[in-house]
Write a protein that binds this ligand. Structure first.
Ligand code: UDP
Ligand code: MG
Length: 323
């Protein structure tokens, strides 16, 4: 009998202070994945420098279950990097599914994600329809963030999508080329495009432990994403300078015109000085804006993102097993 080659699906789970959720998560993954007999699974847990005993719990799981792989990061790098490390480790898989360890992403959705992938989609993303007990500030903040991102970056990011996603190996291969250091995982994935579909689910509240993302971390992440995907904040100075120069310049002309027409000067020297000064501030801001344009170019070069991403090569010899 020829050996049966099973499709390999890697499940990547970033872990930070989750020791109380891990066993339950593993049980649920085991149940769900056990029922999908035509696939082989790897559970790649990335311990992101948890100060609690998450690593010991993971060791126990790996000892009992050969599908469990553990990557232990040297310190807390943050979820974005933890996810990246996990996905890099899953390079050989036919599909990679990222899922949070805090049970806010139901593993029971995995068969649906796989089914959509089999239909030919490269990215199967999930959308939260309702977040129980999510604080108002977080909800408003996330809406504002997505709105801003869509407006200024040109990257289509759908609001309320989560990191709970399935990526085809083609997407993972392309992701390998991203070298930027300040990264927002989902942002890079969204930037790449590919054929995507959205699946809805209801997020429950965290049952155990506390959210690792404080408001300050979330704000930092938002600022990172905006500066990584858009040069708009840089250009803002230039536009502001232009506006100030034009308006104060016109005011200045008006004052001088008045003087030439009526032969007398109706404005105090102070008013004149203020307007002239504003005009100069405008010129300085424009100059800064100009410098910003060059910095913008350097920024884009330094980020060193691949210029384009190829989804598929037709007639080219292909390696590996694609679905
Ligand atoms: N996480 C991580 N490193 C961190 C913070 C969080 O790996 O520095 C993991 C965490 O264990 C969980 C996932 O990222 O699996 C999501 O974290 P959290 O629930 O705190 O964020 P939220 O649900 O608010 O997005
Ligand atoms: Mg969470």
């Amino acid at each position: 009998m020829p050996p049966v080659i099973l499709t390999l699906v890697a499940i990547v789970i970033p872990v930070y202070r989750e020791s109380r959720n891990l066993v339950l998560l593993h049980q649920r993954l085991n149940l769900v994945c056990g029922a999908l007999s035509e696939y082989h699974f790897h559970f790649i847990f990335v311990n992101d420098g948890s100060p609690d005993d998450s690593l010991e719990v993971l060791r126990g799981l790996a000892y009992a279950d050969s599908r469990v792989h553990v990557l232990d990061l040297s310190r807390n790098f943050g979820k974005e990097i933890a996810l990246t490390a996990g996905v890099h480790a899953a390079e050989s898989a036919d599909a990679v599914i990222c899922i949070d360890a805090d049970l806010q992403h139901p593993p029971e959705l995995i068969p649906t994600l796989i089914a959509r992938w089999r239909e030919g989609y490269d990215v199967v993303a999930t959308v939260r329809t309702e977040i129980d007990r999510q604080p108002l500030l977080k909800r408003v903040g996330s809406h504002v963030f997505y709105w801003l991102m869509r407006r200024i970056s040109g990257v289509t990011m759908v609001s309320q999508t989560t990191d709970f996603r399935l990526y085809d190996r083609r997407v993972v291969q392309a992701f390998m080329q991203a070298t930027e250091r300040q990264r927002m995982f989902r942002g890079i994935m969204d930037w790449m495009g590919f054929r995507r579909v959205y699946v809805e689910f209801q997020a429950g509240a965290r049952t155990q432990g506390e959210a690792g993302y404080s408001y300050s971390k979330l704000i930092g992440l938002a600022i990172n994403s905006i500066t990584a995907f858009s040069l708009w904040p840089l250009r803002l100075t230039g536009y502001l300078g232009l506006l100030i120069t034009l308006s104060s310049g016109m005011l200045l002309l008006w004052m001088l015109g008045n003087f030439l027409l009526h032969g007398r000067f109706d404005y105090t020297p102070l008013a004149m000085a203020v307007v002239a000064n504003t005009f100069l501030i405008g010129v300085v801001l424009m100059a800064i804006g100009l410098v910003a344009l060059y910095i913008g170019t350097i920024h884009t070069e330094v980020i060193n993102r691949p210029l384009y991403v190829i989804r598929e090569r037709i007639h080219a010899p292909s390696g590996g097993t694609s679905p």
